[in-house]
Design a protein. Structure first.
Length: 259
């Protein structure tokens, strides 16, 4: 039997077929998961997401508009999941945002308060906000993941305020895991290597990061979406039943190297 047979979950973060969330959905669906999706508000965002989901083989997907920065949107989407399905088994949080003007070398110290607040809100707080709404939908337990990056642990030039937000996301992962474990809800994050997505291109010097990782990582290559998608499926399946509160590096080993 497939790993995700009989499991249903919500995937937040497919912008197009380059998104990490797309690769995660592809892997989950290969293992027979039932996937529900959200897209950022707006016709263009809806069309892009619909096109990607269609490529996954779903002609009539469950797809809702949601700005994770809006409590009303979060309530509406999770209420609709409850009305339509009653429960879910997994949640994928694969979203982040920071004003790209502040994601370039030399632009960290001057980060304005509103840029900082928005980056932390969308990229970290929303994991808690979604977890809080997912808990009542997981009466028999469940598993959730978010996407982090090495810039949470080390200063990566240009990653700047997003690095601070990812540190908060990784910390939130541990606090959520500590609180939700007694409900048999597991909470983890994947620290993914650099992948050429729409968001990644907003980080100044991203091409150099890709080149550097390819030269230095033990596997001598960059990650693929499938590398991350398959680890996500492991974390969201019963194979990882004893794993919670962890940040798992899927980065071709880059984070294990000192020089
Ligand atoms: N691409 C990389 O190199 C890389 C590496 C490690 C971690 N990550 C993380 O992976 C996750 C997915 O990013 P990606 O690289 O696939 O890029 P992407 O641009 O394909 O996806 C980012 C998603 O965030 C969504 N989003 C932004 N603001 C939102 C909001 N207010 N409400 C709801 N959704 C919102 C966008 O709609 C988009 O779907 C992010 O957390 C990112 O930081 C990316």
């Amino acid at each position: 039997m497939s790993l995700m047979n009989g499991k249903r979950g919500l995937i937040v973060g497919i912008a197009n077929d380059h998104s990490y969330a797309y690769a995660i959905a592809e892997s989950l669906m290969r293992e027979e998961a039932e996937c529900l999706f959200t897209h950022l508000p707006g016709d263009r965002m809806k069309r892009r997401c619909e096109k990607a989901v269609k490529q996954l083989g779903l002609d009539d997907p469950w797809l809702e508009s949601m700005d994770a920065g809006s409590d009303n949107d979060l309530d509406r989407v999770f209420n609709r999941v409850r009305e339509d399905f009653g429960s879910i088994d997994f949640l994928v949080h694969s979203i982040a945002f920071a004003d790209k003007d502040w994601l370039r070398q030399g632009a960290f110290t001057g980060t304005p308060r509103d840029v900082f607040t928005q980056a932390l809100d969308i990229s970290a707080y929303t994991y808690m906000a979604m977890a809080n709404r997912a808990v009542p939908l997981m009466p028999n337990g469940g598993s959730m993941i978010s996407m982090s990056y090495y810039g949470a642990e080390k200063a990566v030039p240009g990653y700047n305020v997003m690095g601070v937000a990812k540190s908060a996301l990784e910390s939130a992962t541990r606090y959520l895991a500590a609180e939700l474990g007694e409900r048999n809800i597991r909470v983890n994050s994947i620290s993914g290597g650099p992948l050429r997505t729409m968001s990644a291109l907003a980080v100044g010097g991203f091409g150099e990061i890709l080149d550097w990782v390819e030269r230095k990582a033990p596997l001598k290559r960059n990650v693929t979406g499938k590398d991350v998608g398959d680890t996500a499926t492991y974390l969201l399946s019963d194979l990882s039943s004893g794993v919670t509160g962890q940040v798992i590096h899927v980065d071709c080993g880059y984070s294990s190297i000192g020089l």
